[in-house]
Design a protein. Structure first.
Length: 178
């Protein structure tokens, strides 16, 4: 494979839909190619870079703006960036796409029904959101707008982690080799 240009793989979906799991798998596969790659995970970014932000619409938008700028900066340095963020609104992802650049933005939708995501939720956030102790939770009290035309849609309710990772990696290789 000839590595043409660094891209941002933007993985979006409901909480517990498999974003970070797939992102980590892809990161490992890309690393084997000796291509510089960084994974930015929503939970981790909110502990540091975006620790001053809450979950209001304005704060969520600012969170995505910061991450997209970081991804663009990393891309400019030759680093593939994998961003695992709920990024619940189409407008947020379009903003990220415009910051990173449309040619460098590979949008992946981890598509799983909310019931499946609830069953995978080891943090208990869905239960907290349902009982009202966790406001502004995407999929329960806040909406999620599915991508209309993602670069790749993965049905993570039906695919195994390995199957989904293999499909994602195959599409990644085709995308960067354009």
């Amino acid at each position: 494979m000839s590595y043409m240009h660094p891209i941002t793989v933007w993985i979006t979906g409901l909480p517990a839909s498999g974003k970070t799991t797939l992102g980590k798998a892809l990161q490992g596969l890309i690393s084997q190619l000796k291509i510089p790659v960084v994974l930015l995970d929503g939970d981790e970014v909110r502990k540091g870079l975006c620790s001053d932000l809450g979950f209001s619409p304005a704060d969520r938008t600012e969170n995505i703006r910061r991450v997209a700028n970081m991804a663009a900066l990393l891309n400019s340095q030759g680093v593939v960036t994998i961003c695992c963020f709920v990024s619940p609104l189409i407008s947020m992802r379009e903003m990220a796409r415009s910051i990173v650049g449309p040619k460098n933005f590979f949008e992946v939708f981890t598509d799983a029904p909310v019931e499946v995501c609830q069953s995978r939720d080891i943090k208990g956030n869905y239960s907290k959101a349902i009982n009202g102790s966790l406001p502004n939770f995407t999929g329960i009290s806040d909406s999620y707008e599915a991508p209309m035309k993602p670069s790749l849609r993965l049905n993570t309710a039906e695919l195994s982690e390995g199957e989904a990772a293999d499909i994602l990696y195959d599409h990644f290789l085709r995308w960067v080799d354009k």
